[in-house]
Design a protein around this ligand. Sequence first.
Ligand code: CTP
Ligand code: CA
Length: 225
Amino acid sequence: ALGGRAEALLDGVRILMTAGPTREPVDPVRFLGNRSSGRMGYALAEALATLGAKVALVTGPTALPSPPVAELVRVESALEMHAAVMGRAPQCDIFIGAAAVADYRPVDPAVRKIKKDAGELTIQLVRNPDILAEVAALRPGPFTVGFAAETDRVIDYARGKLEKKGLDLIAANQVGGERGGFEREDNALTVLWDGGARELPMMSKTRLARELAALIAERYGDRHA
Ligand code: CTP
Ligand code: CA
């Protein structure tokens, strides 16, 4: 029953998403990266497209096959992801930030390959823009959904991000240790919004993506009812 309702709610809805890691250039041959596989984001993009949404996916580099979305935009760095998102955000109904965006980038990537020498190497990092927070601040803006990857105090930190960034929904998962997260086949999520919460217990990322897609449809439909 929920599946049918979710479909009606997302039919033709324009969803802009980010997924995967970003790569922050150090020099022409090196980057700073992270352990995001992109699997959760890609599975969610596919689940939303299956529910009839028109999905544009802005993705960092992954080893995954392209999901069946209306538009696929490949980027590498957080700055490239930021530009691709901000150019499209005014035309979307829902924005979902599933990417593991690097919080910092090397301040001034070297033009030539850095050669080693006897001493230490220091790389100075500067803050990247917070793509999700910027989209959430747009007026009028889309329904915004974030993820929160936390090693501890998962609910507290996620609730804080929901409020501080002004999101409509946040999906929190525990990373590191036994309980799912990066580089795993299974995952569990706690989804929070203003005045509510739902546990999505440990299951395959494909199934979890379908449950999350249905919940996003339900919450979005509620706000636009
Ligand atoms: N995010 C983003 N742009 C950034 C950093 C994060 O769009 N520069 C988005 C992520 O896609 C995710 C959400 O913000 O949906 C939360 O990311 P997370 O790393 O958990 O939180 P941060 O706000 O970056 O805080 P911290 O890493 O310090 O916990
Ligand atoms: Ca972060």
